[in-house]
Design a protein. Structure first.
Length: 291
Protein backbone atom coordinates (compact mmCIF):
# COMPACT_ATOMS: atom_id res chain seq x y z
CA UNK A 1 0.00 0.00 0.00
CA UNK A 2 1.36 3.45 -0.89
CA UNK A 3 0.75 5.88 1.92
CA UNK A 4 0.08 9.53 1.20
CA UNK A 5 0.45 10.32 4.90
CA UNK A 6 2.48 8.15 7.23
CA UNK A 7 2.60 9.19 10.88
CA UNK A 8 4.57 7.39 13.57
CA UNK A 9 4.00 8.31 17.20
CA UNK A 10 3.20 11.81 16.03
CA UNK A 11 2.46 14.38 18.70
CA UNK A 12 2.10 18.12 19.10
CA UNK A 13 2.10 19.94 22.39
CA UNK A 14 1.02 23.53 23.05
CA UNK A 15 2.52 24.51 26.38
CA UNK A 16 1.68 21.66 28.74
CA UNK A 17 -1.20 20.32 26.67
CA UNK A 18 -1.06 17.70 23.93
CA UNK A 19 -3.20 18.77 20.94
CA UNK A 20 -2.29 15.51 19.19
CA UNK A 21 -0.62 12.48 20.73
CA UNK A 22 0.75 9.06 19.78
CA UNK A 23 -0.74 9.30 16.32
CA UNK A 24 0.30 6.37 14.12
CA UNK A 25 -1.42 6.29 10.74
CA UNK A 26 -0.98 5.11 7.18
CA UNK A 27 -3.39 6.91 4.90
CA UNK A 28 -3.54 5.06 1.57
CA UNK A 29 -3.17 6.83 -1.77
CA UNK A 30 -6.01 7.41 -4.20
CA UNK A 31 -8.62 7.74 -1.48
CA UNK A 32 -10.96 10.44 -0.25
CA UNK A 33 -10.33 10.43 3.47
CA UNK A 34 -12.73 11.91 6.01
CA UNK A 35 -11.18 13.20 9.21
CA UNK A 36 -13.80 13.63 11.90
CA UNK A 37 -13.90 14.39 15.59
CA UNK A 38 -15.31 16.85 18.12
CA UNK A 39 -14.13 20.43 18.50
CA UNK A 40 -10.60 20.59 19.81
CA UNK A 41 -9.84 16.94 18.97
CA UNK A 42 -6.67 17.83 17.07
CA UNK A 43 -7.82 17.68 13.43
CA UNK A 44 -6.40 21.04 12.38
CA UNK A 45 -3.21 20.24 14.27
CA UNK A 46 -2.78 16.98 12.32
CA UNK A 47 -3.44 18.74 9.00
CA UNK A 48 -1.08 21.61 9.85
CA UNK A 49 1.64 19.07 10.66
CA UNK A 50 0.99 17.34 7.33
CA UNK A 51 1.50 20.53 5.34
CA UNK A 52 4.51 21.60 7.38
CA UNK A 53 2.90 24.69 8.91
CA UNK A 54 4.11 23.45 12.29
CA UNK A 55 6.71 21.00 13.53
CA UNK A 56 5.94 17.89 15.62
CA UNK A 57 6.82 17.81 19.31
CA UNK A 58 7.13 14.01 19.12
CA UNK A 59 7.31 11.34 16.44
CA UNK A 60 7.40 11.85 12.70
CA UNK A 61 5.21 12.46 9.69
CA UNK A 62 5.91 11.77 6.02
CA UNK A 63 3.72 13.05 3.23
CA UNK A 64 4.04 11.44 -0.21
CA UNK A 65 7.32 9.99 0.96
CA UNK A 66 8.84 13.35 1.95
CA UNK A 67 9.10 15.66 4.93
CA UNK A 68 6.28 18.23 4.93
CA UNK A 69 7.26 21.55 3.29
CA UNK A 70 10.85 20.35 2.91
CA UNK A 71 11.36 22.05 -0.45
CA UNK A 72 9.70 23.35 -3.62
CA UNK A 73 9.04 19.86 -4.99
CA UNK A 74 7.29 18.77 -1.79
CA UNK A 75 5.27 22.00 -1.66
CA UNK A 76 4.13 21.49 -5.26
CA UNK A 77 2.81 18.01 -4.50
CA UNK A 78 0.48 19.05 -1.68
CA UNK A 79 -2.47 21.45 -1.87
CA UNK A 80 -4.01 22.90 1.28
CA UNK A 81 -7.32 24.67 1.71
CA UNK A 82 -7.14 25.86 5.31
CA UNK A 83 -10.12 26.40 7.62
CA UNK A 84 -12.43 29.24 6.46
CA UNK A 85 -11.05 28.98 2.89
CA UNK A 86 -8.67 31.93 3.18
CA UNK A 87 -8.33 34.18 0.15
CA UNK A 88 -6.85 37.68 -0.29
CA UNK A 89 -9.79 40.06 0.23
CA UNK A 90 -8.15 42.86 -1.80
CA UNK A 91 -7.33 40.70 -4.83
CA UNK A 92 -9.76 39.90 -7.61
CA UNK A 93 -10.65 36.38 -8.73
CA UNK A 94 -8.45 36.83 -11.83
CA UNK A 95 -5.55 38.08 -9.69
CA UNK A 96 -5.86 34.96 -7.52
CA UNK A 97 -5.48 32.84 -10.64
CA UNK A 98 -2.45 34.83 -11.81
CA UNK A 99 -0.90 34.49 -8.34
CA UNK A 100 -1.60 30.74 -8.44
CA UNK A 101 0.13 30.52 -11.83
CA UNK A 102 3.19 32.40 -10.51
CA UNK A 103 3.52 30.35 -7.31
CA UNK A 104 2.77 26.84 -8.56
CA UNK A 105 5.02 25.09 -11.10
CA UNK A 106 2.32 22.58 -12.12
CA UNK A 107 -0.45 25.21 -12.40
CA UNK A 108 -3.23 24.21 -14.79
CA UNK A 109 -4.68 27.49 -16.04
CA UNK A 110 -7.24 25.81 -18.29
CA UNK A 111 -8.71 23.93 -15.33
CA UNK A 112 -8.77 27.10 -13.22
CA UNK A 113 -10.50 29.23 -15.88
CA UNK A 114 -12.96 26.50 -16.79
CA UNK A 115 -14.00 26.09 -13.13
CA UNK A 116 -14.27 29.83 -12.53
CA UNK A 117 -16.42 30.20 -15.67
CA UNK A 118 -18.64 27.28 -14.73
CA UNK A 119 -19.14 28.64 -11.22
CA UNK A 120 -20.07 32.08 -12.59
CA UNK A 121 -17.25 33.82 -10.72
CA UNK A 122 -16.34 37.09 -12.49
CA UNK A 123 -12.54 37.47 -12.88
CA UNK A 124 -12.85 41.16 -11.93
CA UNK A 125 -14.68 40.56 -8.62
CA UNK A 126 -12.71 41.13 -5.44
CA UNK A 127 -12.49 38.07 -3.18
CA UNK A 128 -13.55 40.21 -0.20
CA UNK A 129 -16.91 40.81 -1.90
CA UNK A 130 -17.65 37.15 -2.63
CA UNK A 131 -20.07 35.11 -0.54
CA UNK A 132 -18.70 32.43 1.80
CA UNK A 133 -19.66 29.72 -0.71
CA UNK A 134 -18.04 31.54 -3.64
CA UNK A 135 -14.88 32.11 -1.61
CA UNK A 136 -14.75 28.41 -0.72
CA UNK A 137 -15.16 27.55 -4.41
CA UNK A 138 -12.36 29.97 -5.33
CA UNK A 139 -10.08 28.39 -2.70
CA UNK A 140 -10.97 24.91 -3.99
CA UNK A 141 -10.25 26.05 -7.57
CA UNK A 142 -6.79 27.25 -6.51
CA UNK A 143 -6.19 23.95 -4.72
CA UNK A 144 -7.26 21.86 -7.74
CA UNK A 145 -5.51 23.98 -10.42
CA UNK A 146 -2.27 23.64 -8.50
CA UNK A 147 -2.52 20.00 -9.63
CA UNK A 148 -1.25 18.51 -6.37
CA UNK A 149 -1.03 14.78 -5.74
CA UNK A 150 -2.65 15.28 -2.34
CA UNK A 151 -5.26 17.90 -1.53
CA UNK A 152 -5.90 18.62 2.14
CA UNK A 153 -9.04 20.51 3.13
CA UNK A 154 -9.81 21.67 6.67
CA UNK A 155 -13.57 21.99 7.21
CA UNK A 156 -14.08 23.50 3.78
CA UNK A 157 -17.88 23.33 3.80
CA UNK A 158 -18.59 24.39 7.38
CA UNK A 159 -20.00 27.80 6.45
CA UNK A 160 -21.90 26.74 3.35
CA UNK A 161 -25.61 26.21 2.87
CA UNK A 162 -26.70 22.70 1.83
CA UNK A 163 -26.85 23.54 -1.88
CA UNK A 164 -23.44 25.25 -1.87
CA UNK A 165 -22.07 22.28 0.09
CA UNK A 166 -23.34 19.85 -2.48
CA UNK A 167 -21.89 21.91 -5.35
CA UNK A 168 -18.56 22.20 -3.54
CA UNK A 169 -18.35 18.46 -2.89
CA UNK A 170 -19.42 17.66 -6.46
CA UNK A 171 -16.60 19.88 -7.74
CA UNK A 172 -14.20 18.09 -5.44
CA UNK A 173 -15.35 14.63 -6.57
CA UNK A 174 -15.03 15.65 -10.25
CA UNK A 175 -11.46 16.73 -9.60
CA UNK A 176 -10.75 13.45 -7.83
CA UNK A 177 -12.09 11.50 -10.82
CA UNK A 178 -10.34 13.62 -13.47
CA UNK A 179 -6.95 14.14 -11.85
CA UNK A 180 -6.59 11.00 -9.69
CA UNK A 181 -6.13 13.14 -6.61
CA UNK A 182 -5.83 11.86 -3.07
CA UNK A 183 -7.89 13.94 -0.66
CA UNK A 184 -7.94 14.37 3.11
CA UNK A 185 -10.97 16.32 4.26
CA UNK A 186 -11.90 17.27 7.80
CA UNK A 187 -15.55 17.93 8.59
CA UNK A 188 -18.16 17.75 11.30
CA UNK A 189 -20.81 16.93 8.73
CA UNK A 190 -20.79 13.15 8.68
CA UNK A 191 -23.62 12.96 6.13
CA UNK A 192 -21.39 14.85 3.69
CA UNK A 193 -18.48 12.56 4.47
CA UNK A 194 -20.70 9.53 3.92
CA UNK A 195 -21.36 10.71 0.37
CA UNK A 196 -17.78 11.60 -0.48
CA UNK A 197 -15.30 9.59 1.59
CA UNK A 198 -14.13 6.00 1.26
CA UNK A 199 -11.72 6.08 4.21
CA UNK A 200 -12.45 7.41 7.69
CA UNK A 201 -10.35 8.61 10.62
CA UNK A 202 -12.01 9.42 13.94
CA UNK A 203 -9.93 11.60 16.23
CA UNK A 204 -11.07 12.24 19.81
CA UNK A 205 -9.15 14.07 22.54
CA UNK A 206 -5.94 14.14 20.52
CA UNK A 207 -5.96 10.40 19.74
CA UNK A 208 -6.95 8.38 16.70
CA UNK A 209 -9.82 6.16 17.85
CA UNK A 210 -10.30 4.32 14.58
CA UNK A 211 -9.04 4.57 11.00
CA UNK A 212 -9.97 2.44 8.03
CA UNK A 213 -11.84 1.77 4.85
CA UNK A 214 -15.45 2.95 5.26
CA UNK A 215 -16.90 -0.28 3.82
CA UNK A 216 -14.73 -2.40 6.16
CA UNK A 217 -15.66 -0.29 9.17
CA UNK A 218 -19.37 -0.56 8.39
CA UNK A 219 -19.07 -4.33 7.86
CA UNK A 220 -17.26 -4.97 11.14
CA UNK A 221 -19.24 -2.73 13.50
CA UNK A 222 -22.63 -3.81 14.82
CA UNK A 223 -25.22 -2.61 17.27
CA UNK A 224 -26.26 -5.29 19.76
CA UNK A 225 -29.50 -4.78 21.61
CA UNK A 226 -30.91 -7.08 24.23
CA UNK A 227 -32.40 -7.37 27.69
CA UNK A 228 -30.21 -5.81 30.29
CA UNK A 229 -27.60 -8.37 31.27
CA UNK A 230 -24.75 -8.86 33.65
CA UNK A 231 -22.61 -10.45 31.00
CA UNK A 232 -21.09 -8.27 28.33
CA UNK A 233 -20.82 -9.58 24.75
CA UNK A 234 -17.91 -12.02 24.63
CA UNK A 235 -14.92 -11.79 22.32
CA UNK A 236 -15.89 -8.45 20.92
CA UNK A 237 -14.31 -5.10 21.23
CA UNK A 238 -16.94 -2.86 22.82
CA UNK A 239 -16.83 0.64 21.34
CA UNK A 240 -19.71 2.14 23.28
CA UNK A 241 -22.51 1.02 25.53
CA UNK A 242 -25.72 2.40 26.94
CA UNK A 243 -28.28 0.96 29.30
CA UNK A 244 -31.82 1.55 30.39
CA UNK A 245 -33.52 -0.30 33.25
CA UNK A 246 -34.53 -3.10 30.88
CA UNK A 247 -32.25 -2.95 27.90
CA UNK A 248 -28.57 -2.87 27.04
CA UNK A 249 -27.17 -1.55 23.77
CA UNK A 250 -23.59 -2.06 22.69
CA UNK A 251 -21.69 -0.98 19.63
CA UNK A 252 -19.05 -3.63 19.02
CA UNK A 253 -16.30 -4.24 16.52
CA UNK A 254 -15.87 -7.82 15.37
CA UNK A 255 -14.73 -9.67 12.27
CA UNK A 256 -16.85 -12.74 13.04
CA UNK A 257 -20.56 -13.35 13.15
CA UNK A 258 -22.47 -12.82 16.36
CA UNK A 259 -24.26 -16.03 17.23
CA UNK A 260 -25.54 -15.27 20.72
CA UNK A 261 -29.34 -15.32 20.38
CA UNK A 262 -29.63 -13.02 23.39
CA UNK A 263 -28.65 -10.10 21.17
CA UNK A 264 -30.47 -8.49 18.28
CA UNK A 265 -27.80 -7.49 15.81
CA UNK A 266 -28.25 -4.27 13.82
CA UNK A 267 -26.13 -2.53 11.21
CA UNK A 268 -24.68 0.91 11.83
CA UNK A 269 -24.64 3.93 9.55
CA UNK A 270 -21.50 6.04 9.37
CA UNK A 271 -22.97 8.69 11.65
CA UNK A 272 -23.80 6.07 14.33
CA UNK A 273 -20.30 4.67 14.02
CA UNK A 274 -18.69 8.09 14.45
CA UNK A 275 -20.94 8.90 17.41
CA UNK A 276 -20.07 5.57 19.05
CA UNK A 277 -16.39 6.47 18.94
CA UNK A 278 -17.06 10.00 20.10
CA UNK A 279 -18.96 8.73 23.17
CA UNK A 280 -16.98 5.64 24.17
CA UNK A 281 -17.79 3.25 26.97
CA UNK A 282 -16.73 4.91 30.20
CA UNK A 283 -14.58 2.42 31.99
CA UNK A 284 -16.19 -0.72 30.95
CA UNK A 285 -17.74 -3.55 32.86
CA UNK A 286 -19.70 -2.76 35.42
CA UNK A 287 -23.26 -3.19 34.96
CA UNK A 288 -23.13 -3.69 38.74
CA UNK A 289 -21.80 -0.22 39.13
CA UNK A 290 -24.36 1.20 36.74
CA UNK A 291 -27.22 -0.29 38.78
N1 LIG B 1 -2.04 27.88 18.74
C1 LIG B 1 -2.51 27.16 19.76
N2 LIG B 1 -2.08 27.41 21.02
C2 LIG B 1 -2.52 26.66 22.06
N3 LIG B 1 -3.41 25.66 21.96
C3 LIG B 1 -3.88 25.39 20.73
C4 LIG B 1 -3.46 26.12 19.57
N4 LIG B 1 -4.10 25.61 18.50
C5 LIG B 1 -4.88 24.61 18.97
N5 LIG B 1 -4.75 24.48 20.29
C6 LIG B 1 -5.42 23.49 21.15
O1 LIG B 1 -5.13 22.20 20.63
C7 LIG B 1 -6.28 21.38 20.67
C8 LIG B 1 -6.56 20.84 19.28
O2 LIG B 1 -6.94 21.93 18.46
P1 LIG B 1 -7.31 21.74 16.92
O3 LIG B 1 -7.55 23.10 16.35
O4 LIG B 1 -6.28 20.90 16.27
O5 LIG B 1 -8.67 20.92 17.02
P2 LIG B 1 -9.77 20.61 15.91
O6 LIG B 1 -10.09 19.17 16.02
O7 LIG B 1 -9.32 21.09 14.58
O8 LIG B 1 -11.00 21.48 16.42
P3 LIG B 1 -12.22 22.16 15.60
O9 LIG B 1 -13.11 21.05 15.13
O10 LIG B 1 -12.88 22.99 16.66
O11 LIG B 1 -11.63 22.98 14.48
C9 LIG B 1 -7.39 22.21 21.26
O12 LIG B 1 -7.48 21.91 22.63
C10 LIG B 1 -6.94 23.62 21.07
O13 LIG B 1 -7.42 24.45 22.10
Amino acid sequence: MTAVIQARGLGKKYGQRWALSECTLDIPAGRVVGLVGPNGAGKTTLLNLAVGQMQPTAGSIEVLGGRPASGPEQLAKVGYVAQDAPTYAGLSVGEHLRLGARLNPRWDDAVARERIGRLGLEPGHRAGKLSGGQRAQLALTLGIAKRPELLILDEPVAALDPLARREFLQGLMEAVAEHSLSVVLSSHLVSDLERTCDYLIVLVESRVQVAGDVDDLLATHHRLTGPRKDTLPQDQHVVSESHTDRQSTYVVRTDGRIHDPAWTVGQLGLEDLVLAYMTPAPSRPTLEAIR
